[in-house]
Design a protein. Structure first.
Length: 283
């Protein structure tokens, strides 16, 4: 456990409170503020939690420690006008995208509406058709094998919703290179991205459940298969967009998992194999 001088906070939590889908059982949460805390937290098996916006956590929770980067890894308030900037991995993207717009810096517009923190966005190479994190990512600092290391972005094999990090690596900081623009032009790009999101539901979800197959949209395919409104308990395929699975209120992880498998098997019977975009914990 953390020593009296360590700022690490350890407590048992319901992971439902730390995910956007709002399902999942208990785990021991280690909220760390520094390298010593990371070293202590990772001395037993662990998982790393970002904004919890791409996770389906089992109703039984997870037996591993769940490591979360605390406030000292959140730089959004210090983000200014610099084009080439190191930012902490707990920095929330929504605030970052807005700060860049106000500073007249372009490059992050495609990430508008992604409710991630920077480390999770690196791990998933988050993005939309308007741009991905990899467009601006230059370098990452990772905690791996008990110490901090820097890796250039071109060693992460970044592609659609994918980054290859060393096993067990925790992204602690990332260096982004933005492009000088002006607030009005950045705002115009943001408006386009915002418009593309208008059809997406506002109810609790973890974004798109499945990756798009090459050249198509999983949402379109699920819609064409007539699966909107399909429901297990309080988990439902959204009417607004077929690739969003919603928690209408009291869904369990088991409801959500059954729905995912049902959608997948119905699509498989039409010849389409859908790959999950979500990360499953504890199944
Ligand atoms: P988490 O969900 O907490 O974790 C995701 C994975 O990253 C896990 O495997 C976790 O272990 C790993 N991870 C997290 N932090 C770190 C770290 N510091 N170091 C190493 N690994 C780490 N995604 C898109 O790409 N585009 C979209 O348009 C989009 N729209 C969304 C809209 C909504 C309403 C929601 C709820 C989600 C949406 N998503 C979208 C999905 C999600 O926001 C992204 O996948 C995002 O990158 C997840 O980041 P996170 O910080 O929430 O990570
Ligand atoms: N469509 C339908 N029915 C639906 C959903 C979509 O017919 O139920 C059609 C649309 O009309 C459009 C096409 O499918 O012609 C594509 O739809 P959309 O523009 O919504 O894009 P998408 O491919 O379904 C992707 C990302 C989203 C991202 C949007 C906006 C994936 C899996 N999804 O959705 O990312 O926000 O583009 O750029 O890549 C996420 O990854 O979690 C996510 C939400």
């Amino acid at each position: 456990m953390s020593g009296s001088s360590s700022p690490t906070k350890v407590r048992t939590v319901s992971l439902a409170d730390f995910t956007t889908l709002k399902v999942g059982g208990e785990a021991e949460l280690w909220e760390v503020e520094d390298e010593a805390g990371l070293r202590e937290a990772t001395s037993e098996p662990y998982r790393i939690l970002g904004g919890g916006s791409n996770l389906l956590v089992s109703d039984d929770g997870v037996p591993e420690r769940v490591v979360r980067l605390g406030r000292s890894f959140n730089d959004v308030r210090s983000f200014g006008a610099s084009e080439d900037v190191w930012l902490g991995a707990a920095t929330p993207l929504p605030g970052l995208v807005r700060r860049a717009q106000r500073a007249g810096l372009s490059g992050l517009e495609g990430l508008l509406g992604v409710p991630a923190v920077l480390g999770g966005a690196v791990a998933m190479n988050a993005g939309t058709r308007f741009g991905e994190l990899s467009d601006t990512l230059q370098e990452v600092e990772v905690f791996v094998s008990g110490g901090l290391e820097r890796l250039p972005a071109d060693q992460l094999d970044l592609s659609y919703r994918r980054a290859v990090l060393p096993p067990g690596a925790i992204v602690t900081r990332a260096r982004l290179r933005l492009t000088r623009s002006d607030p009005e032009s950045v705002e115009r790009k943001l408006a386009l991205v915002d418009e593309a999101r208008h059809g997406q539901p506002k109810v609790k979800s973890a974004g798109c459940a499945f990756q798009n197959p090459p050249g198509d949209s999983a949402g379109r395919l699920i819609d064409a298969a007539g699966l909107k409104g399909l429901r297990f308990g309080d988990a439902m395929v959204a009417h607004e967009h077929g690739n969003f699975i919603l928690n209408l209120g009291n869904a369990t992880a088991s409801d959500v998992r059954q729905l995912v498998e049902e959608v997948r098997s119905r699509l498989a019977s039409t010849g389409t194999d859908l790959a999950l975009e979500w990360r499953l914990w504890g199944f």
